[in-house]
Ligand binder design. Structure first.
Ligand SMILES: NC(=O)c1ccc[n+]([C@@H]2O[C@H](COP(=O)([O-])OP(=O)(O)OC[C@H]3O[C@@H](n4cnc5c(N)ncnc54)[C@H](O)[C@@H]3O)[C@@H](O)[C@H]2O)c1
Length: 411
């Protein structure tokens, strides 16, 4: 990790935590939101990144609606946010259980008029998902009091959409490209259409570094992309194209955030499609050797989830017209090989848990569809959004490992 990246992140974190107004755009955006709360929709709210967006927004005094079908997200993520923010803040959250493949669920989540559908049965409410206040069956919050979508009444349009719901994982998309398309492309289009119909101010969506495909240049600069290497990569690129078309044809404001390997607490360590950091922590805590795909030299720009949250808030609230209808890299501009990551994790786990027994990793086949090296140029996000990552890999990993260790000790 480059020393300058470390210093910059540490300085930003220090000044932000000191409440210094010169801390930059993020501190100012948070302050403004605190003064003038907005209404947000977070799709994929029960997932990893979505639940962190929810937590930060509730802590900033915002009203939040969340949409999720629990395909890969979990109720326990929502319960953890609830425990973290407290009951009072939790009252500002309304949860809608629904699927982005259903245009009616998307419309209700955005607060748009319901789309007319030939296939719609009955009153059109029952099959599109159920609204509950957060966590399922918890007492009503402020949005709910104004009219719950599930009760058939209208809900107010949201100001901002942070669209995170999608099926991640390159491998999953190779196994089921049709499902990937249905959720990541058709579901995305449903959300975009609903956001337009609701007249939302801005639609911020999770794009991906997978869009760089086979382009060899490092670091990755937004305008130079290669051919997609998987259905997942293609689906995320199609998202960007649809967002551009909606901006051009319907004067919508959209911002795409190309996340690079985001990690942090609450990322699912289980299943065949789990991301590398939580999967490895789970293996290490279970005294299992880690399996590395390839020779270990594969490298990534690992991005702590708080940086991704910052990018979302800046993307939604930024006032520079030049910053809108753009895509941005979201990472830290550092590159770490899998072997280096493994060594750093072993060291940190040992520090957090002296009884930990470090094991050498097993190296195996490369995985189909994987990009060999990845590193983000974050100058565009810095220039137009004022994005300054607050956490580098080491800072983020320490917090993440501490969280997983605590979970394991509780279990
Ligand atoms: N985590 C990363 O490193 C990374 C990198 C690049 C892009 N992204 C993108 O960021 C977004 C969030 O990723 P994450 O890591 O939090 O994943 P996640 O799987 O934890 O979260 C995705 C959420 O979307 C929900 N969802 C899936 N299909 C749905 C559907 N049809 N209707 C409603 N909800 C649905 C899931 O239940 C889950 O809660 C995704 O769009 C992903 O493609 C993530």
């Amino acid at each position: 990790m480059a020393a300058d990246t470390f210093d910059r992140a540490a300085n930003a974190a220090r000044s932000a935590s000191a409440g210094d107004p010169a801390a930059g755009a993020y501190a100012q955006a948070c302050e403004q939101l605190n003064k003038e709360p907005r209404r947000w929709l977070v799709t994929g709210v029960a997932g990893f990144i979505g639940s962190h967006l929810l937590e930060t927004l509730l802590k900033l005094g915002q009203e939040v609606r969340g949409l999720d079908n629990f395909m890969t997200g979990h109720r326990h993520n929502l319960e953890q946010v609830r425990a973290s923010v407290g009951e009072q803040a939790w009252q500002r959250f309304t949860f809608i259980e629904g699927d982005i493949r259903d245009p009616q669920a998307c419309a209700r989540a955005c607060g748009a008029p319901a789309p007319v559908q030939a296939t719609c049965s009955g009153d059109g409410e029952a099959d599109a998902g159920t609204d509950t206040t957060a966590g399922g069956g918890v007492s009503s919050g402020s949005l709910a009091e104004r009219g719950r979508a599930g009760a058939g009444g209208p809900v107010a349009a949201v100001d901002f959409v942070l669209h995170q719901a999608a099926l991640g994982s390159v491998s999953r998309s190779l196994e089921d490209p049709l499902l990937c398309h249905a959720v990541n492309v058709s579901g995305f289009l449903n959300m975009l259409a609903a956001a337009r119909d609701a007249g939302v101010r801005r639609f911020v969506y999770a794009a991906s570094s997978a869009t760089y495909g086979d382009h060899p240049a490092l670091p990755k600069v937004e305008q130079h992309i290669g051919a997609p290497l998987s259905p997942y990569a293609l689906s995320k690129y199609v998202n960007e194209l649809y967002a551009q078309v909606y901006a051009r044809c319907y004067a919508m404001q959209t911002v795409g955030l190309r996340y690079f390997n985001v990690f942090g607490p609450r990322q699912d360590p289980l299943g065949a499609y789990a991301a590398v950091i939580p999967r490895w922590i789970a293996a290490m805590l279970d005294n299992q050797a880690v399996h590395i795909h390839g020779d270990g030299a594969t490298s990534r720009d690992f991005c702590f989830v708080h940086n991704a949250v910052q990018a979302n808030i800046l993307a939604a609230t930024g006032t520079d017209p030049a910053a809108v209808n753009q895509v941005y890299n979201v990472a830290v501009n550092a590159r770490t090989s899998l072997t280096q990551l493994h060594a750093a994790m072993q060291q940190m786990l040992l520090a957090a848990r002296p009884q930990h027994v470090p094991l050498a990793p097993h190296y195996g086949e490369f995985r189909a569809g994987d990009v060999r090296h990845s590193q983000a140029d974050i100058a565009k996000a810095a220039r137009l959004l004022g994005y300054v990552p607050t956490h580098n890999l080491a800072q983020g990993l320490r917090q993440t490992i501490a969280w997983y260790v605590e979970q394991a000790e509780r279990a």
